[in-house]
Design a protein around this ligand. Structure first.
Ligand SMILES: [Zn+2]
Length: 452
């Protein structure tokens, strides 16, 4: 359907722009953000019905966006608002037939489909490439390991191999088969492959780190481990860094691609790229958190996806403002010292091994959430998962037995070590604390998974 994003001229252009703008003064940054916001609002007003209506209701137009603070005239939206009327959030000149899409589960268990074009993908890839370059990683030429939640073909698994090599320089490993028994083979394979970095998620690499330390497995030091997609505790960071003798770079990125944050040579705090969008950190009254270390909800406005612009979109993540907004690296980006709300969750297979759930259900390469409005995974005993699924109207209209079998097959193909039972429901009840969590883990995981 579409060209390779790396050969899109926008990829190169964007890569150079990110490099050249990274040390802008605050004034230059603000100017850039204001211009980008005004352009976005003009487009959204003219082309995206949901925003046209919201602006009319609030009584302002594109010309009323004069300062960055005027962003606050927009109401805050969340996934549910978009799900209620997805077409209204698409630009009226967008054609789904020619677009790409990906679905996000998010920590709240409410999937959402994000539509975008090739140029957006090129800008998104340029951003990933930029932070990899910041850490001196050459993603186009270096050998690397990807331990990220990819599903391996049954023929490979049948031979008791849990990895495959891509493009001659990328070792793609399954994160669902790491046990005390298989860990030595994983380590031997990594040692033989001699990667220069590993790209992973905290929950995917943690079990391997644990076996390396616990069983004294000898792994050749790897300079860098790039992690994203989940919250990471200090204890987990230490464990991973010790096991691999590496610096762990924990990156904030989300499927919606409205915000991208990465650490720097001087600090593990997340520096959010002003070129990608505006990150607001709001307290319970909806005011900006200004106190160093203060806690707030992340609300983002992305500049890069005119197909489906998100203005003041609630990510569901809770962040902590950096202790300082001045970093010795010289970037004047918004700095958060950490983000929570994406706790990696584990489920326990029949043999008692912890298996990361997030990469299985939120890996949009393998898992297709189309037709699913909300879901929740419940585990009461090892090796078995009950998945409550609230289908969208079109799927709900099909034969329930067929839908149930389809979903069990889809999910079972990824989580092969589990007995999976799908229950179709009309509504997913909130948990006791009123929050939506995608995993209701009822087993006691103390001693099985390290949370500290
Ligand atoms: Zn810095």
């Amino acid at each position: 359907m579409s060209a390779d994003p790396f050969s899109n001229p926008i990829f190169v252009e964007r890569r150079i722009f990110l490099e050249q703008s990274q040390f802008w003064s605050r004034r230059q940054q603000d100017e850039y953000q204001l211009n980008s916001l005004r352009r976005l609002v003009r487009h959204a007003h003219a082309r995206v019905p949901a925003y046209g209506r919201a602006m009319a209701a609030a009584g302002f137009g594109p010309d009323d966006i004069v300062t960055l603070a005027d962003l606050k005239r927009f109401p805050i939206i969340d996934k549910r608002a978009i799900q209620a009327d997805p077409d209204a959030f698409l630009a009226d000149n967008a054609d789904r037939a020619t677009l790409r899409h990906r679905t996000t589960g998010g920590s709240t268990g409410t999937p959402l489909t994000i539509w975008y074009d090739d140029d957006f993908l090129a800008r998104d890839k340029a951003c990933t490439n930029h932070y990899m370059e910041t850490f001196g990683l050459d993603v186009f030429n270096w050998r690397s390991v990807r331990l990220y939640g990819d599903k391996l073909a049954p023929e490979i698994l049948a031979e008791n191999r849990y990895w495959r090599v891509e493009d001659g320089r990328k070792l793609v490993m399954s994160c669902y088969h790491i046990t005390a028994e298989t860990a030595p083979a994983y380590v031997a394979e990594i040692n033989a492959f001699a990667p220069r970095y590993i790209h992973t998620r905290p929950s995917s690499i943690l079990p391997l780190a644990k076996y390396i330390l616990q069983d004294g497995l000898e792994i050749r030091p790897i300079r860098t481990i790039a992690c994203d997609g989940e919250y990471l505790t200090d204890g987990q960071r230490t464990m991973i860094e010790r096991a691999f003798q590496a610096r762990l770079i924990n990156i904030f990125g989300h499927t919606e691609a409205c915000a991208a944050g990465f650490p720097c040579q001087h600090s593990d705090a997340l520096h959010f790229l002003p070129q990608v969008g505006i990150v607001e950190l709001l307290d319970e009254q909806g005011r900006d958190v200004t106190e160093p270390g203060g806690r707030g909800e992340m609300v983002v406005t992305g500049f890069n996806n005119p197909t489906m612009p998100l203005i003041r979109y609630r990510t569901g993540d809770i962040g902590y403002l950096g202790d300082s907004q001045d970093c010795p690296c010289g970037r004047h980006y918004k700095i958060l010292k950490g983000v929570e709300g994406r706790f990696q969750d584990f489920v326990i297979d029949a043999a008692g091994h912890p298996t990361p759930l997030a990469p299985a259900v939120f890996n949009y390469n393998d898992m297709d959430w189309k037709g699913i409005r909300e879901f929740r995974v419940i585990q009461e005993q090892a090796g078995a998962l009950t998945i409550l699924i609230q289908p969208e109207a079109e799927l709900a209209a099909d034969d329930p037995a067929v839908v149930k079998a389809l979903l069990e097959r889809r999910i079972g193909a990824i989580l092969a070590g589990f007995h999976i039972e799908v229950q179709l429901v009309d509504d997913i009840p909130r948990t006791r604390i009123g929050k939506h969590r995608y995993l209701d883990q009822r087993m006691d995981l103390r001693g099985i998974v390290t949370f500290e």
